[in-house]
Design a protein around this ligand. Structure first.
Ligand code: FAS
Ligand code: PHB
Length: 390
């Protein structure tokens, strides 16, 4: 079999790239190791930047997001028993974010791909990229006991942090930067109205908490937890008591509690691979970089990677120019590192580290207090949160 672009991974990166390619008449196939149901069962991101929502519109998969998503003009930060609002819209000259779960983004992109005849092989085992340092790359995989080979022009490694693409690159050709954080996030979803109209990020001596949502009737909450914790260590009652203990009293009193319908623990890390291109193989999204979810950047960085790579591939097939592809890694990494910095700063300012102590807590509170007394500081926060330009 032959195609123009083989995409490894059917997460947001792979699906968004695949749809843009299909819409532009560039032949592609997605190879996904899990089942479609398994991919859709993942509960992850919730905040979309305008660049991401614009690309979903461009892909023709934005209609439900526009109908059901919640546009937010700001969010709150809580610390030292008080709350302050970050006026994203006012501070950024009219930009906002969209609250719409990654699960729904994935669903909409899968529906669009099915409607436009895009080929996806689910439960493809032992996917492996080959010959990407030559003019004739190909990908092999196994399914139903048979081995298949797909010859192609390019391979997009959209297979996430644990994927095969990055691991297929010789160690001497890649440099990895990593910082693992000494805590995780315990997240729940509950069919209860969110405690606030907008998101609330909370710094507290007991640890970080985040009040998010998926709709006006479905809440998404997180508390910082130990890496030694297991989901079974956290009953619903313990979770509700702990998140309310980390919020200002007036907010805690307003919180509607109820049974969790999803509960999971995610580790936090900052990670970047350089470069993101190896001949005819490109690393896209989490395959090339990871941010702690504190800045809500992970999914949005995947989208900007897709923008740069799609523009490069479109230019190649339209004009036989490789200028865009040659610039992919440098352009993507420039935006990635700025988001890594912002996500690291949000995580460092809002979480309790082993070394934070009483002095560190006061420094974090002073940093947050300065934010809300300086238009320059809050503008910097706002422009990073809504997403820096592509
Ligand atoms: P993904 O990991 O989403 O998709 C990769 C796909 O490749 C998967 O479907 C996988 O099954 C497949 N794959 C892997 N190996 C393969 C192989 N060898 N062969 C074939 N297929 C293979 N971001 C935020 O902005 N906010 C958040 O709150 C947030 N929370 C997160 C919580 C968790 C637990 C995780 C892991 C991530 C979270 N993220 C969050 C980041 C997340 O949303 C990613 O940025 C986003 O999923 C990136 O999308 P992809 O690059 O497509 O990678
Ligand atoms: C979420 O709603 O899942 C969410 C929102 C903002 C974040 C992280 C996660 O920073």
């Amino acid at each position: 079999m032959r195609t123009q672009v083989v995409i490894i991974g059917s997460g947001p990166s792979g699906l968004l790239l695949g749809q843009l390619l299909t819409n532009d008449g560039i032949d592609n196939i997605i190879l996904e190791r899990s089942s479609q149901e398994h991919v859709l069962a993942r509960i992850r991101a919730g905040v979309l930047e305008e660049g991401t929502t614009a690309m979903l519109d461009e892909a023709g998969a934005g209609e439900r997001m526009r109908r059901e998503g919640l546009p937010h003009d700001g969010f709150d930060m809580a610390f030292d028993g008080r709350r302050h609002r970050v006026d994203l819209f006012g501070l950024t000259g009219g930009k906002r974010v969209m609250i719409y779960g990654q699960t729904e983004v994935t669903h909409d992109l899968m529906d669009k791909r099915a409607a436009t005849g895009g080929a996806t092989v689910y439960e493809a085992a032992d996917v492996a990229p080959h010959g990407f340092d030559s003019e004739r790359p190909y990908v092999t995989y196994k399914k139903d006991g048979a081995t298949f080979r797909i010859d192609c022009d390019f391979i997009a490694g959209c297979d996430g942090y644990h994927g095969i693409s990055r691991k297929s690159v010789p160690e001497t050709a890649i440099k990895l930067y990593e910082r693992a954080y000494p805590f995780g996030w315990l997240g729940i979803i509950a069919e209860v109205p969110p405690v606030g109209e907008e998101l609330i990020y909370a710094n507290h001596p007991r640890g970080f908490a985040l009040c998010s949502m998926r709709s006006h009737t479905r809440s998404r909450y997180y508390v910082q937890c130990s890496l030694d914790d297991k989901v079974d260590d956290w009953s619903d009652d313990r979770f509700w008591d702990e998140i309310r203990a980390r919020l200002p009293a007036a907010t805690a009193e307003q919180m509607t509690t109820g049974p969790s319908i999803e509960k999971s623990i995610a580790p936090l890390r900052s990670f970047v691979a350089e470069p993101l291109r190896f001949g005819r193989l490109f690393l896209v999204g989490d395959a090339g970089h990871i941010v702690p979810p504190t800045g809500a950047k992970g999914l949005n960085l995947a989208a900007s990677d897709v923008r740069y790579l799609f523009d490069g591939l479109r230019e190649f097939y339209a004009d036989r120019s490789s200028a865009g592809m040659d610039a992919y890694s440098q352009k993507a990494l420039a935006r990635v590192w700025k988001a890594e910095r912002f996500s690291w700063w949000m995580t460092s300012t809002l979480h309790k580290f082993p070394e934070t102590g009483a002095f560190g807590q006061k420094i974090q509170e002073a940093e947050l207090d300065y934010l809300f007394h300086s238009r320059a500081a809050s503008t910097a926060l706002a422009e990073n949160y809504v997403g820096l330009p592509y």
